[in-house]
Design a protein around this ligand. Structure first.
Ligand code: SAM
Length: 306
């Protein structure tokens, strides 16, 4: 490393350890994660930012008052929620222009993750101001980390549609995809949602439910779709509170005899009723992205079963 580079690294490290806020903290929008239940789950840096900014934009000021009172933070608050995003963004941009710094917080967890803030962040960045994340609690990440379901690749769907048909369509789409499916669910719909999971996935497929994370009745259960469906249906307490649901993705290793998902096999079967085996295999390879060897092997097996 050259002397210049070594100097740069030293400066960078010392500035990172001696400043909880950014070096140039005028006109900065801080995106501050707050607890998802347990009030102790907040970082030192988040507390410092909330104390020193000129204004806190909160999703629900009454709700956030409890957190601020708990930590004796007296910074003024203004509301910023999904119904005033446009008008409030202009007001907040004006504050940044006059050199004030703002912390955006939501009712729980990380702002913008199924919470308001995207429109503000987009506008603030377009206007050339610095947006600085202060990371912390997030229900989906907490659930994923303790679920015992693969974490190397996952898709987050936020809240699923409210109707059973639309929910089942989402599960149909994910059933043959690799990677864990993660979504948020409310106490009103958890039972119906699990009915839909059972309707689409195999009863032996792996699922996890993380309920009331970091709170008194925190429960994280992982098992087969049939087991978790039965558990939630038979225990009213398991239907209360806030939920994160995680469903294991399609696992190629479990299907190593042919590597094809149920949907791939359906496609191949349809093609085989319309074309020669050779053409059906060729088209199925193009449509499913599976290897020619796997598709051909499956086609021969299907033909033999006829
Ligand atoms: N911004 C939040 C975050 O970072 O996780 C999510 C906000 S979203 C409006 C609220 C949903 O997140 C709840 O309905 C629930 O599905 C999930 N959630 C929030 N807190 C939770 C907790 N303590 N335990 C389980 N799920 C939680």
């Amino acid at each position: 490393m050259s002397n210049d580079n070594a100097e740069l690294t030293r400066n960078h490290l010392s500035s990172a350890s001696s400043h909880l806020m950014t070096d140039d903290n005028k006109g900065v929008l801080y995106i501050v994660a707050t607890p998802i239940g347990n009030l102790a789950d907040i970082s030192l840096r988040a507390l410092e930012v909330l104390k020193t900014v000129e204004l806190i934009a909160a999703e629900d000021t009454r709700n956030s008052k409890a957190l601020l009172n708990h930590y004796s933070i007296q910074t003024p608050m203004t509301s910023y929620h999904e119904h005033n995003e446009e008008s409030k963004s202009k007001f907040l941009l004006g504050k940044l222009k006059s050199g004030e710094s703002i912390a955006l917080i939501s009712d729980a967890g990380t702002p913008l993750i199924n919470d308001p803030g995207y429109s503000l962040v987009e506008k603030v960045k377009l206007a050339g101001f610095n947006v600085c994340p202060i990371p912390g609690a997030c229900a989906l990440i907490a659930a994923l980390s303790a679920s015992g379901i693969a974490t190397d690749r996952f898709s987050f769907e936020g809240f699923l549609p409210r109707t059973s048909g639309a929910r089942q369509a989402v599960f149909e789409r994910y059933r043959s995809r690799q990677g864990t499916l993660v979504f948020y669910e409310s106490s009103h719909r958890i039972v119906k949602c699990l009915d839909d999971v059972l309707a689409i996935y195999a009863a032996t497929h792996k699922i996890s439910i993380a309920r009331e994370l970091t709170k008194t009745y925190e429960t994280i259960v992982t098992g087969t779709v049939a087991e978790i469906h039965q558990l939630v249906n038979s225990d009213n307490n398991m239907q209360r509170g806030e939920f994160v649901v995680l469903i294991e993705g399609f696992d190629k290793k479990q299907h190593k005899d042919d590597g094809l998902s149920d949907d791939d096999v359906k496609t191949l079967k349809t093609l085989m009723t319309e074309c020669s085996l050779k053409t059906a295999v060729k088209l199925a390879v193009q449509l499913t992205g599976q290897s020619k060897k796997d598709v051909y092997k499956k086609a021969l097996a299907l033909q033999d079963n006829d």
